[in-house]
Structures are given as structure tokens and as C-alpha cells.
Design a binder for this molecule. Structure first.
Ligand code: SAH
Ligand code: SF4
Length: 348
């Protein structure tokens, strides 16, 4: 309270959501359409300073730069896989960095971005989880990762997935703000149906996501439909009853009219037994969800092993025979540790 009279410091313009940009513009007495121009400059064009936004009046540019900082994430390093996948280390001004991935496939280019530096959930099979939590990312830091992928490939990103480092629903507002910039015609212009958010299953986030007007796609990491196994694999959501997760998915599908995807990392002898797969089938009954089977990717420091390809295919067949739609996800970028769950925290 003692600091009430103190001038607030400059606000990072890329920490704001679309409404925040509109308010900032209104505060400077400029008409609302200037907010869309500002959004285009920041995200469609990737401006590095307010000064270069020459479609905005000079007086407005000056006010913006007096009250706000503007930073652009930088690619620190890049690795290219033999299958064309590219993994990037992207750095922010405070020295924090995260990994993101570009996956080209025909006319599609998918960007996999991080929502946090590190992750507090501690899943035992995930490189990010093993490294602990650093901080949430801002909306701009998320969008900039996707921009970096587009720029490096020299073409537009057609699909985005929040499947990098971090738990998107642990920083719900920033993630939603980023998705909206990615979806906006004044931002990256990626179709909402081509934007996927993957969560370890935080129930309040699932409930909120069901209410969002956009047709974003929800993916939920299940990994085991046996409570004791799931609690062991995913300590961050230990104590969350699978029955409650299932109920949240039923409510999500009813409310949003959309079908969730379930992710299931197959780990030999842990969650690929007949009993485990039958439990998964019961969990899925009536959900009309699609199950994505991901043969567990190797992570140094864990003893987890993926079942061979035929075993994964037979799990998919077993589910299909029970009326559950299932497919095995093809591994990408394995030679550069760019596959699901392999992204690590890098300092400095
Ligand atoms: N935190 C979110 C999103 C990021 S991880 C989540 O957990 O859903 C994206 C997906 O990769 C999740 O389904 C996650 O469980 C999975 N994953 C993590 N480590 C993996 C590994 N070693 N092999 C295969 N999939 C893994
Ligand atoms: Fe976090 Fe997802 Fe990794 Fe679990 S799997 S530690 S929730 S990033």
C-alpha cells in the first residue's frame, strides 16, 4: 500500500491478451481498430519495436513505447532430424529458455510449443517432469515459438499443439490468450480445429475449456485407467479419481459438442497388459473419444521401455474390437530427442 503513489513499471505488451491490447489502446485514447493493427504488428508481422509500426500514428507509438516493453524470443539453437523434424531451443530476455518443435508432413507444418519452462507435475516417464518447474510463459512467449518455427521453415504453420514443456491448464489464462492470437486472423490465422491443447487432466481447466466458444481440440493424457498405476506414473495428479476425470470428459463432450482425444504412452509391463488395456476400454466406453497410443519415448534416467511395434498395433486392435477408436502415433524426431516427452529444461 505504501507504494500506491509509485509509478507502475512498464508492462510487457506480449503479456497481454486480446482484450488487454484493446484496453491499452483505449487508455491511450486511440480507436479500437488500432488494437487489431497492434496485434498484426506483434504477431502476424513479428515487429521488434514500436517504432517500426508505421501504420500506427507516431504519437500512439511513443505512448506505447513509454508504457510497455516489447521483446521477441530468439532461437538459441536448432537441431534437424533425418525425418525433417526440427527442434529449437528458444530463449527469452530473462535467460529462461524452452524447447519447441516443427514437424513438416506434406502440406502440413505442425508446431509443438511449450506453455511453461519446466513442469511441476513430475510425471515419471517425462523428461520435462523430471527437471522440475521454472516459470509460466507469457502468451507472447508461446506465440513467438510458433512464429519461430514458421520463420525457420519459411512457410505458415498449419497446425499447433500445446504438447511441449509444461502443463497448459496450470497457466490457463496465458495459454488461452496465446491460442487466440494463434487463431486470430490478425495473429497467425491457424484454424481453431487445428489447435490442440494437451493436459494431464486438471479438472477445472477441462471445465473452463468446454465453455470456450472456439472449436479448439482437447487432448487428455490418461496413461492408465487403473488408479494405482496412474497415481504412480503421474504424481502431480495423484488423488484425482479416474471416475472424476471420466465425468469431466463426459461433461466436456456434452457441453462443447466436441470429441476429446485421449493420450496413452505405452510402457512395457506397466500399462500395456491385458488388464490395463481392458481398464482403458471400460474408461472409454460411451466417451466417443479417440485414443492416441504413443509408444513411450526413451528418456535418460528412466527404465521405461516401449513395447515393439507389433505389440502396440495389437493394443490398438484390442481397443478397436471393443468399439474404441484407437491409433498408434508415429514417432518423429527420435534422433534429436524431439519426440513427445523428451523436451528438457535448458538453462542460460
Ligand atoms: N503437460 C501436458 C502436455 C505436454 S506433454 C500433458 O501431459 O498432457 C505431451 C504428451 O506427451 C502427453 O500426453 C505426455 O504425457 C506425453 N509424454 C510425456 N513423456 C512421454 C514419453 N517419454 N513418451 C511418450 N509420451 C510422453
Ligand atoms: Fe508435465 Fe505433461 Fe511432462 Fe507430465 S507429461 S511432467 S504434465 S509436461
Amino acid at each position: 500500500m505504501a507504494d500506491r503513489a509509485a509509478r507502475p513499471g512498464p508492462v510487457d505488451i506480449k503479456s497481454l491478451d486480446r482484450d488487454g491490447l484493446r484496453l491499452a489502446i483505449e487508455e491511450h485514447g486511440a480507436p479500437a481498430y488500432r488494437a487489431r493493427q497492434l496485434e498484426r504488428q506483434l504477431y502476424a508481422r513479428g515487429a521488434v519495436s514500436f517504432g517500426e509500426m508505421t501504420d500506427l500514428p507516431a504519437a500512439l507509438r511513443e505512448k506505447l513505447s513509454a508504457g510497455h516493453t516489447l521483446d521477441v524470443a530468439q532461437i538459441v539453437s536448432r537441431q534437424i532430424s533425418s525425418d525433417g523434424t526440427r527442434k529449437y531451443l528458444v530463449g527469452f530476455p530473462d535467460g529462461v529458455s524452452v524447447e519447441c518443435v516443427g514437424l513438416p508432413e506434406g502440406t502440413r507444418l505442425t508446431a509443438c510449443f511449450s506453455t511453461q519452462a519446466g513442469c511441476a507435475m513430475g510425471c515419471s516417464f517425462c523428461a520435462t517432469g523430471m527437471d522440475g518447474f521454472v516459470r509460466d510463459l507469457t502468451p507472447g512467449e508461446m506465440v513467438d515459438q510458433v512464429r519461430a518455427v514458421a520463420e525457420d521453415f519459411g512457410r505458415r504453420v498449419s497446425n499447433v499443439v500445446a504438447m511441449g514443456q509444461g502443463e497448459p491448464f496450470a497457466c490457463y489464462d496465458a495459454t488461452l490468450a496465446a491460442l487466440r492470437f494463434m487463431n486470430s486472423p490478425d495473429g497467425l490465422g491457424v484454424g481453431a480445429r487445428h489447435i490442440v491443447v494437451s493436459t494431464c487432466g486438471l479438472l477445472p481447466g477441462i471445465a473452463r475449456f468446454a465453455e470456450e466458444p472456439e472449436q479448439f481440440t482437447l487432448a487428455v493424457s490418461v496413461h492408465s485407467a487403473v488408479q494405482a498405476t496412474r497415481d504412480r506414473l503421474m504424481p502431480g495428479v495423484r488423488g484425482m479419481a479416474l471416475a472424476d476425470l471420466r465425468q469431466a470428459l463426459v461433461a466436456y463432450a456434452r457441453r462443447s459438442g466436441r470429441r476429446p482425444t485421449l493420450e496413452y504412452a505405452l510402457i512395457t509391463g506397466v500399462n500395456d497388459t491385458v488388464a490395463e488395456i481392458d481398464a482403458l476400454a471400460s474408461f472409454c466406453e460411451g466417451l466417443r473419444a479417440h485414443v492416441n497410443l504413443i509408444p513411450a519415448n526413451p528418456v535418460a534416467g528412466t527404465a521405461f521401455v516401449a513395447p515393439p511395434a507389433q505389440a502396440a498395433a495389437s493394443v490398438a486392435r484390442r481397443l478397436s474390437a471393443k468399439g474404441i477408436e484407437a491409433s498408434v502415433r508415429r514417432e518423429r524426431g527420435a534422433d534429436i530427442d524431439a519426440a513427445c516427452g523428451q523436451l528438457r529444461r535448458r538453462d542460460g
